[in-house]
Design a protein around this ligand. Structure first.
Ligand code: HEC
Length: 142
């Protein structure tokens, strides 16, 4: 009896701990912006975005007549849904004009840097980062 109680206590402690841990990560922002300047990863996200997404989603994630404003999408879309959409693509067949979001799972420059792209767009979505090429803390190349 004592053993079972003890085991249950441990399991509960593990549950509480993991809940605390995942809360901590949920609160953490996926980007670093200070005084309008970014870390390398967020900057890299801007670069990759500009290479692979800008032609449809417009400069700075702000949308175009063809593809949605991602700074708006990320106000409600979860990180998981974002990544699944980018990796798997999406075809909106409900409209007269078929809008196609290509899949990027096989595009290395996107798949490898999906966290950076998400971080950059989240910073734009949160209003932490202005439009245009971000300045970095340290001007090193990546
Ligand atoms: C060939 C044009 C094109 C390119 C390139 C493109 N997208 Fe899209 N994307 C679209 C279209 C069109 C939609 C809307 C699809 C729909 O209506 O279901 C979309 C939808 C999305 C959505 C869902 C938005 C929402 O509010 O539901 C996300 C997220 C997204 N794109 C991210 C990206 C990212 C990140 C990249 C670059 C890695 C990218 N897209 C590149 C055309 C594109």
């Amino acid at each position: 009896m004592m053993l079972r109680l003890f085991g249950g206590g441990l399991a509960l402690a593990a549950l509480v701990l993991s809940a605390t841990l995942s809360n901590a990560t949920a609160d953490q922002k996926p980007y670093v912006v200070k005084d309008g300047k970014t870390d390398q990863n967020t900057y890299n996200g801007w670069r990759r975005y500009s290479e692979s997404c800008l032609r449809c989603h417009g400069p700075d994630g702000s949308g175009s007549s063809y593809a949605p404003d991602l700074t708006n999408s990320l106000k409600t879309m979860s990180e998981d849904t974002f990544k699944a959409t980018v990796m798997g693509g999406r075809v909106n067949v409900g409209q007269a004009n078929q809008n196609v979001m290509p899949m990027f799972a096989n595009v290395e420059d996107v798949a490898m840097y999906i966290d950076d792209i998400y971080g950059y767009l989240k910073a734009r979505s949160d209003g932490a980062l202005d439009r245009g090429r971000p300045e970095r803390f340290k001007d090193e190349k990546k």
